[in-house]
Design a protein around this ligand. Sequence first.
Ligand code: FNR
Length: 344
Amino acid sequence: MTTSWNRKDQHIHYAEMQYNQPKSNGLDGVRFVHQSFSEISVKDVSLHTNLDTLNLDVPFFINAMTGGSDKAAIINKNLAYVARETNLAMAVGSISIALNDPTQQESFKIVRKTNPNGMIFANLGAHHSVENAKRAVDLIEANALQLHLNTPQELVMPEGDRDFSSWLKNIESIVNRLNVPVIVKEVGFGMSKETIQQLIDVGVTIIDVAGKGGTNFIEIENQRRELKEYSYLYDWGQTTAESLLEARKFASQASIVSSGGIKTPLDMLKSFGLGAVATGLSGEFLHLILTKGTDETIHQIERFKEELTHLMVLVGAKSIATIKDQPLVLDSHLTNWCYQRHLP
Ligand code: FNR
């Protein structure tokens, strides 16, 4: 493959090729303690949740993926249709490409056209100006803006950014001057307590830890390199479970979102048990939409909602926010991680 093939289409292609690779988001090292008395009924359970001021009827959403090619436009249209039919929030991929090239705007605008009343998040890299942030939000009348942190991806990407000195300052300016909520997210390398503290210090209130264990952008960008020299770096970053443990003590200061290799309602439940209040799925929804189409994806999402409700009954939690009050046991790896990182 050569780099002349549209980068956005390459991302879709390589991400889908990764789908069946065995990977761990670390949540297999987290277990709820089974209790024989649930003491609640299915009808008591609510899937509603809040990300700061954003109200979500469903605690899982379609996380950032695409836009910026003809194929991306079709995928975005299909995902927006699925989101509308199932009442899921949805993020588009980075709008950066459409700010430079107006011919690419339609592949993003199609999302708002397809789902006029839906909860939609715009997406940009953290190096962008306040003006670009406003343009991205206006383009799709977004309810919030995601800013992504992707240093490993940029460095492995042949044409990637090489200067990361202004990100935190930019984020602070955007948070202060944008009139919609800002969500800061990783892209599959996870977060540390130091990063989360820095984000909270500049006023960020919604943080998606986007851990390792699902789509791997070092691998995707390395596939695009002629020599593929970065294959030794595929294990870089914190898993989703490790990232959520890093984030746990900030639960009262920011709404924590889990993502990175989330595929099942049990992954979702465990991440809520570690303090997340919502969860984003990219690779899983990409795979569903590409291989099953819109109708089967809608059915799958409805099954996810029902199964998550049942799992909440299993742990005796009526709301997403109270799942974290249920007893959990961590495996020796995660216990050791907490010990060395001085996590509660
Ligand atoms: C992504 N992701 C992403 N994230 C972002 O903030 N802006 C973007 O433009 C993209 N683009 C993108 C394209 C494709 C094809 C995929 C699969 C993913 C990253 C995504 O939002 C998420 O953080 C990671 O993919 C990890 O989650 P999953 O895929 O393991 O659920």
